[in-house]
Design a protein around this ligand. Structure first.
Ligand code: PFF
Length: 450
């Protein structure tokens, strides 16, 4: 068993932890993936299920990860080795590292698009274009495979650079300043979107649930989206939890991160759907939904040129604070378990990730043969990691905290050895022990059967 280094990094201030964990949670998952999933799964019906899943399963899972990480003070694999020596539990940690690696390989594809869209917006490329022209540009960009790959490589390089610099100098500093600005610009966009002609239909789509649309597929997609968006189920929050100081309150941290994450996802929905309906973009448009709708909104805003640039810069930053946490899981494992230097670990992880990521990007070309089970590799990796590995990881994590760690150790960690008064700790433990595992298992099985 590898002993964690004595001088492990930790987050300097309370706002630093919340900002970094929220930085991991808030990303393309909220602004790009949430509208896509909601659009494909019935809008309001999806939103309701999503919110319930976040509340009942997401928060307990995130808290469980913090509990594991802070009590073990190690990466996901090391944490399980330390808390459950000579058992099979470290497999959960390995699954997490693999899942982080897979998510990063396709997440960096979409992250790369944000860079392309920064360049396009600086060049005023969207100006005066209608929906057909903007959709054509998006398709052309995919079909120019090398350009996707180049942006993806640049994005992975940027991520590696921040991760290499370490926790305090890197992650915390960047996350703290920029996330609130992103929130602000989403509010401005939301106001514009809501005042477009025909916006009401989009609002109805998002907020007026048709309960008959709730199927096994919607349940598993909502579960996958919730875990993806909250960054839980693969040990990212175990890793970040290991950097949280002993006197910080884990429960309020989990609540604040979840609140910020959910708020941004709903705001993204309020920006995208009214505008999409107004411009005649179908909610099931998939990858193009967000990237085609946004430029059209900017074309309708006074000062849209500048807003557009700022928005895509912030979207890239939001993606970066998420890719950092994905890469950090892999790097922390390499450093602490395989005893690599931080620099070596970062280089190896980035190069290996790019090797898989290239194929994810190229699989989006029209008529691609890079497919698994009839899905382009990009979609297959997304489905496998979000809808299978994350729920499985989340299930095992709550089982571990609820049943293996047990009541005494759980209470000790969430109350900071009695310092924090947490009156609902019994309720939380009950959810972690009974409700969360049963619900995740049911949704998981019902989704897989489909
Ligand atoms: N939560 C991120 C998002 O919503 O964009 C994606 C993500 C980051 C998933 C880190 C998982 C993770 F460990």
């Amino acid at each position: 068993m590898a002993e964690p280094k004595k001088n492990r990094d930790s987050f300097g201030s309370k706002i630093g932890i919340v900002a970094a964990a929220a930085g991991s949670a808030v990303g393309l998952g909220n602004i790009y993936r949430f509208p896509c999933e909601a659009g494909n799964n019935g809008g309001g019906a999806f939103l309701i299920v999503y919110l319930i899943v976040v509340l009942v399963l997401g928060i307990p899972a995130m808290l469980s990860e913090f509990v594991i990480g802070r009590s073990a003070q190690a990466n996901p694999v090391g944490s399980f080795k330390k808390l459950a020596p000579k058992t099979a539990w470290p497999i959960v940690g390995y699954l997490g590292v693999i899942c982080g690696f897979i998510i990063l390989s396709f997440y960096s594809t979409v992250s790369g698009w944000t860079l392309e869209y920064i360049v396009k917006s600086v060049a005023n490329d969207f100006h005066g274009k209608d929906l057909a022209a903007i959709e054509q540009d998006f398709a052309d960009f995919h079909n120019m495979g090398w350009k996707n790959v180049l942006w993806q490589a640049i994005f992975i390089f940027l991520t590696g650079f921040v991760v290499f610099k370490g926790v305090q100098n890197g992650i915390e500093k960047y996350a703290k300043i920029l996330m609130p600005v992103l929130l602000l610009i989403l509010v401005v966009l939301g106001v514009r979107s809501l005042t477009l002609p025909g916006a009401k239909e989009g609002l109805t789509f998002l907020f007026n649930p048709d309960f008959s649309k709730i199927t096994g597929k919607v349940l598993i997609n909502a579960l996958g989206q919730a875990f993806f968006s909250l960054s839980v189920g693969m040990g990212a929050m175990i890793t970040y939890g290991s950097y949280i100081q002993k006197n910080d309150n884990l429960t309020t941290t989990a609540l604040s991160v979840t609140l910020a994450d959910t708020l941004i996802a709903i705001l993204a929905g309020i920006v995208i759907f009214p505008a999409a309906f107004s411009f005649g973009i179908r909610p099931e448009a998939g990858t193009g939904l967000v990237f085609n709708t946004l430029p059209l909104i900017f074309n309708q805003i006074t000062g849209g040129y500048f807003f557009c640039i700022i928005f895509f810069v912030l979207l890239a930053v939001a993606a970066l604070t998420s890719t950092i946490s994905l890469l950090e899981v892999v790097v922390a494992y390499f450093v602490e378990e395989l005893h690599m230097t931080r620099k070596g670990a970062t280089v190896v992880a980035c190069v290996a990730n790019m090797a898989l990521g290239v194929f994810a990007s190229l699989s989006l070309k029209t008529g691609t043969s890079i497919q698994i089970a009839g899905l382009p590799l990009f979609g297959a990796l997304d489905f496998f990691s979000s809808n299978i590995l994350l729920p499985l990881g989340g299930l095992l994590i709550v089982l571990f905290v609820g049943w293996f760690m047990g009541k005494k150790r759980f209470y000790k960690e969430v109350t900071n050895e009695g310092e924090v008064k947490l009156h609902v700790k019994g309720v939380i433990l009950f959810i972690i022990r009974f409700i969360a595992p049963v619900a995740i298992a049911i949704i998981f099985v019902s989704g897989l059967v489909k």
